[in-house]
Design a protein around this ligand. Sequence first.
Ligand code: HEC
Length: 274
Amino acid sequence: MKNNKLFIVISLLLLCLSIYLFKTAPAVLDEGQSKQGIQLPVSVLFEAIAAENNVVRTLYTKQIVGKSKISGLKYSEDWSAEEVQAGPLPALFLRAVAQELEKSPVPLSLFLGSDFPISSANAFDGQQNEVFQGMKTTQKPAFFYADNTRRHVAMFPDYAVAAACVDCHNKHPDTPKTDWQLGDMMGATTWLYPDETVTLDEITKTLAVLRASFRKVYAGYLLKTQSFAKPPEIGDKWPDEGHYLPSVEVFFAVYDTQASEQTMRLLLANSVAL
Ligand code: HEC
């Protein structure tokens, strides 16, 4: 019921926003007018998807992986192997989402990189590494254009927000760095998109694809748990109550409430700035 109301409020706000954007707002940029609708800078899209990704990453890390001692569920880097009775670590949840995005029709790519990565496939190089070093000083996200890949790039800091981040990385046999500390910028969630500007339509479509990817990856994990020797009960309970996992609907009901409000606020803030 609460979600239905929220949905109606958000739909109305979106309607007002599109009327404002399409009927009254001045054109922001002249080039790219061949695309239908008002063009917003791609940074708005990046901010929106990064905020949504933060919601899923925090929910998954804190409420699912972080409660593994109570739920008795395990999370491992080998989770996708058939014989391993475990779920994906947060970084691997993100990688699975990245793979879904690659298969999707939207030209958005994602990867979680670092200058001291456990997996060398996650190493920043060249321009990305330079920008990342600068971010450690500014402590802010960075946006730039990469000539070599012809992609607009957005990098958002990934901080050691929990002791578990630091402990696991420092102890990992493949880590090149063993003195990570709480609060360190351990890496950056890096997003790539080909266009300099996006329409509200493109933002909505990209967000829908991103949310569908989150759902697919979480649903894949739930499916896997049903092959465990002792499968958790899937329903409306969360791991802080015991050997349970929230169903896709229950998990994403919480997600929707947090993410939709945030995204709405962001889009409205940017529409005011036009
Ligand atoms: C139980 C162990 C574990 C925990 C807890 C954990 N990580 Fe990781 N993390 C890994 C492993 C293993 C990888 C490499 C995964 C791969 O193969 O891509 C990784 C990858 C990463 C990467 C990409 C660069 C790299 O090192 O390969 C970043 C950034 C990162 N983690 C940050 C964090 C943060 C921030 C937290 C806490 C919110 C966290 N991790 C929690 C094990 C862990």
